[in-house]
Design a protein around this ligand. Structure first.
Ligand SMILES: C[S@@+](CC[C@H](N)C(=O)[O-])C[C@H]1O[C@@H](n2cnc3c(N)ncnc32)[C@H](O)[C@@H]1O
Length: 458
């Protein structure tokens, strides 16, 4: 039996966006319907992309020999994989040897670059070799030819006005930082890029393609794009999944064989796409989940905003200091002998000691409810206030719910437009596609905040 490993996660390139999903809502099996947005324009026609799958099988030892999937143009979400015949539960749809994937391999000369900068340069160099006919067998020319001509990622292509329309300061900052890093890579590598006739637009193309197509594979995880599997679109109700599989011959038994005869060549590990428990009917799309990320990640790094993302998070407090400061603002009559910083530190210590919570950043609310860390932090903070004599007839959780609803109200009130006005704007049809995507992003955050307030009123 092959030795299979936990599903590789789609990667997202983030510093402060790390850990966006709540600890308590990590289960990636929570589901919803697929939503499509128009942002990937296929470079090759469907027949060309089927050639990619055929090349993988015929030239790169991908399995199974008789493919049950093809690549179709699906409109809004660009191309995608579609079952050509019925597929049984668990059946392998595509198994790609790891010697035919495109990975981030750090070298001494490239270690100062970000992973996407490093991979973008390598992709552009290989593309130049493919175009000039000087590529050797290690280049994945048919895969490179199959990549989309354009992937419309906000941090690389949106105007400042359209980006700012998401109305999330943290996200706007993050997008700016990644774009700055991309530009810095371009500046520092300009000579190398000039040698292959590439400019900033090529760099944007390569980075957008890689951001939207890489998995984190193995341990330690390496950013990897897997030809063929990278044609699978996302759904929170996926019909398929991926895994890394190590062949036993590659790792054990070889020593024993070597003593008696020359062993057969070791099988490389494989990256597999396989059908989910429900199987897949002929004609249905083969989708995978890109991961339990909030909309921030989907918007910024995949260029679409899922319709009903159970993992989306409206952040109420970036950290505990913000929570304590908000609390003080709601109770101006209370005088504190300790500073906000010191009280936030004591709160962090209690949460760690009593509940084992060590990460108190990005405390927020998802469509299903509050992050458990947030509720516990609010309860702990409010109960410490009760020690100071401020009595309330409400239960501990009732007070915490009311406190957090006040915060939701404050955040909603700080948006320049109300949810109703945003819905009207969306329905007006007067919004550019980029603006519409940012509008969708903020609409979903607002809807979650409003739901929290309404629950508190019940
Ligand atoms: C790994 S690629 C999937 C193949 C891609 N559709 C193509 O034509 O090459 C990821 C990109 O596909 C698009 N995509 C995937 N799932 C989507 C979805 N549910 N809704 C809208 N676009 C989607 C986004 O542009 C995303 O960045």
């Amino acid at each position: 039996m092959p030795d299979s490993h936990p599903s590789p996660a789609r990667c997202h390139d983030i510093g402060s966006l790390r850990n966006l999903a709540f600890k308590t809502f990590r289960n990636p099996s929570v589901c919803l319907r697929l939503s499509f947005a128009a942002n990937t324009s296929p470079r090759a026609c469907a027949a060309n992309d089927d050639r990619l799958l055929i090349w993988l099988v015929e030239e790169r030892r991908a399995l199974p020999g008789e493919l049950k999937i093809g690549v179709n143009d699906l409109g809004g979400s660009g191309r995608g994989l579609v079952a050509q015949e019925d597929v049984a539960p668990g059946e392998i749809l595509l198994s790609v040897p790891l010697d035919s994937v495109f990975s981030d391999l750090e070298t001494d000369e490239s270690s100062h670059l970000s992973w996407s900068g490093r991979m973008a340069l390598k992709l552009l160099e290989q593309r130049a070799q493919c175009d000039s006919g000087t590529a050797d067998g290690s280049c994945l020319c048919p895969w490179i030819a199959s990549l989309p001509q354009h992937v419309h990622l906000p941090f690389l292509y949106f105007s400042q006005e359209d980006l700012t329309a998401c109305q999330d300061e943290g996200l706007i900052r993050e997008a700016g930082a990644i774009r700055d890093s991309a530009e810095a890579t371009f500046q520092s590598e300009q000579d190398r890029l000039a040698e292959i006739g590439c400019g900033w637009e090529d760099m944007q193309w390569a980075m957008s393609v890689l951001h939207s197509r890489c998995f984190l594979v193995g341990s330690p995880p390496v950013r990897t794009s897997v030809p063929g599997v990278d044609m699978a679109n996302h759904s929170f109700e996926p019909s398929a999944a991926v895994r890394l599989v190590h062949s036993p011959e590659a790792v054990q038994g070889r020593d024993a064989v070597e003593e008696v005869c020359a062993p057969p060549p070791a099988e490389p590990s494989r990256f597999e796409l396989f059908a989910g428990e429900g199987g897949i009917r002929a004609g249905d799309e083969v989708t995978i989940s890109y991961g339990p990320w909030p909309n921030d990640v989907y918007y910024l790094f995949f260029g679409f905003v899922p319709r009903d993302n159970p993992f989306d998070v409206s952040v109420l407090f970036g950290d505990l200091q913000q929570m304590v400061a908000f609390h003080d603002a709601t109770k101006p009559e209370l005088i504190w002998s300790e500073s906000v910083e010191d009280r936030a530190e004591s709160l962090a210590a209690s949460l760690s000691l009593q509940h084992g919570i060590t990460d108190c950043t990005r405390l927020g609310i998802a469509p299903q409810g509050y992050d458990e860390r947030l509720l516990l932090a609010a309860q702990t903070l409010l109960s410490s206030q009760q020690h100071l004599g401020s009595e309330s007839s409400q239960s501990e959780s009732g007070r915490a719910g009311h406190f957090l609803a006040l915060r939701c109200q404050e955040i909603l009130g700080a948006f320049p437009k109300s949810l109703a006005e945003d819905i009207e704007l969306r329905n007006s049809g007067n919004v550019s596609p980029d603006m519409l995507m940012s509008l969708r992003y903020r609409l979903r955050k607002k809807a979650t905040l409003l739901a929290a307030i309404n629950v508190d009123k019940m």
